[in-house]
Design a protein around this ligand. Structure first.
Ligand code: G3P
Length: 221
């Protein structure tokens, strides 16, 4: 399973990149706004900077909801860098636009996916990625990981090539469960990726090893 970071924050992107396990980035209009990125020039410049840091796919979301505007916006985004993947919402014009992008060699990430039916439409439109929103489904009292499992099953049975990108990750356990469910990619805030490190027995075990090293005077220096 690939690890994407779900952020537009350059410091966090650099930190995850330096860790050596970063495979890509996803953003959305809310995450861009959080970083104070507004206006076409600033948006384009920010995506270019992200692409210079990360050697992997970078999802850049369109703001429009009608076919012609989605196409115009997506073309501009795709022209920024070969690693840009145009993120399109699962609406009627979005499906039509994703098919157009697929036919014209532009890769897409279908976003705001909350059902298996929506995921089938993404695959039919040739999306490179489908993004089920695991956390938001959990928030509404359903099981987000169960949707990832269902999409995995459907895509395997039907031979759909669209990659399942589990999004809206709320905790480290979501990452583990999405890996079990067969997600191709998990996009998460950095804190939940770092949360995978935590175990109290690791902390106490390491403290003892360090204490014993000091006691014995062992050194390789
Ligand atoms: O980028 C889409 C998705 O990951 C959003 O997550 O936390 O706003 O539900 P969240």
């Amino acid at each position: 399973m690939k690890f994407f970071l779900d952020t537009a924050n350059l410091a966090q992107i650099q930190e995850a990149h330096d860790l050596g396990i970063l495979d890509g980035i996803t953003t959305n209009p809310s995450l861009m706004a959080k970083e104070g990125i507004t206006g076409e020039a600033a948006v384009i410049n920010h995506y270019r900077t992200i692409c210079e840091i990360v050697d992997g796919d970078v999802s850049a979301e369109v703001f429009s909801t009608d076919f012609d505007s989605i196409i115009a916006e997506g073309k501009k985004l795709a022209a920024i860098h070969p690693n840009i993947v145009v993120k399109v919402p699962i609406i009627k014009d979005g499906v039509k636009a994703m098919k157009w992008f697929t036919d014209n060699g532009i890769r897409t990430n279908c976003t705001l996916v909350f059902s298996a039916g929506q995921a089938i439409l993404c695959a039919k439109a040739g999306a490179a990625y489908v993004s089920p929103f695991v956390g938001r489904i959990d928030d509404s009292g359903w099981d987000g990981v169960q949707l990832v499992e269902q999409i995995r099953h459907i895509y395997d049975v039907q031979g759909f090539k669209t990659q399942i990108l589990a999004a809206s990750i709320r905790n480290p356990n979501h990452i583990i469960r999405c890996a079990e469910a067969g997600a191709d990619v998990c996009t998460s805030p950095l804190e939940h990726i770092l949360g995978l490190l935590n175990h109290p027995l690791t902390d106490s075990g390491l403290a003892k090893f360090i204490a014993d090293t000091k006691k014995s005077g062992m050194t390789l220096g």
